[in-house]
Design a protein around this ligand. Sequence first.
Ligand SMILES: NC(=O)c1ccc[n+]([C@@H]2O[C@H](COP(=O)([O-])OP(=O)(O)OC[C@H]3O[C@@H](n4cnc5c(N)ncnc54)[C@H](O)[C@@H]3O)[C@@H](O)[C@H]2O)c1
Length: 326
Amino acid sequence: MSLAVGVIGAGVMGSEHARILRKETIGAHLAAICDADEARARSAGDGQGLVFTDPLALINSDRVEAVVIAAPDSTHKGLALACVEAGKPVLCEKPLAVTAAEALEVVEAEVAKGRPLVQVGYMRRFDPPYIEMKRAREAGEIGVPVILHNIHRNAVVPEWFTGAMSVTNAFVHEIDVSRWLLGSEMVSAQAHCGEGGDPLMITMVTDRGTIVSTEVFMNCRYGYHVHAQLVGRHGTIETAVPVTTLSNASGRHGFSYPDNWVPRFRTAYANQMNAWVAAAAGGQSCGGANAWDGYVTTSIAEQVVAALETRTLTRLSLPPRPSCYG
Ligand SMILES: NC(=O)c1ccc[n+]([C@@H]2O[C@H](COP(=O)([O-])OP(=O)(O)OC[C@H]3O[C@@H](n4cnc5c(N)ncnc54)[C@H](O)[C@@H]3O)[C@@H](O)[C@H]2O)c1
């Protein structure tokens, strides 16, 4: 049996998800693709799958069994709710919604449906370096974690992408991966902001006292650079710069950086898709971010945006976790 997957949004991420479904996924196929721009949908489908311009028509099509949402952030809540209503598993790109209140609506709809249907595309959980760091921490190889240093640098973004947007759209990755890597909840945050909203330095503390520092720099110019180092009482472990080439020129020896996230996380996106497909077919979780994780991440991001204004230490608050999320 091959799971029939429909992809909504055929931009940078949607085309990559469609490519992975066409070429690198076991147990599923690209059954449909939708974009407001029909030509873009057709191009991303590359001759495979039905083409839609209406995302609700794709979700409700009897030719589609599961859905990937890769349209802009503002569409996520409404489309995820439509997937839950239709009883179809959905892999929704991050963030789950643009506000915590909207993300909570998705959680409540899933709880009312009584079945886990929503996974949020926090793909670093499927990235081999992060997986190895988590394994090493859980095995006690570096002792009790005391600090997690995160770096999230992007080459260049439009002006509107800095400040609050870099928290709600970029830093959300560090919120999710830090909670997952440390197996802890964040309890406080403090944020500092450079001129024009870029870069940001955000410090959070977990319920076990681990300090999580994150630099978010959206216009670092030199390339896309994501890095994490976990410091334990007995040692450290960090992601190694993933490179395909080392160069020697002009008296220097160097690594190359990718332009954006697609080459850096290509393996993670493919691993995520394969794990989600296997879980969707078997009706069980694959360790990806669930709807509750998606809500928590958006809620913390919202509270960090408020902390950016006050520049004071903010105690993070979350409602009790529904029992179905463990
Ligand atoms: N997980 C990651 O690492 C990662 C990286 C980048 C982006 N994202 C997320 O993926 C999503 C898409 O980002 P992108 O960079 O691919 O954006 P993009 O602008 O390249 O593509 C978005 C596409 O959605 C289409 N679209 C807009 N409204 C639509 C609608 N109502 N129905 C159908 N199609 C519609 C647009 O025409 C466009 O082709 C965003 O939510 C973003 O946050 C995730």
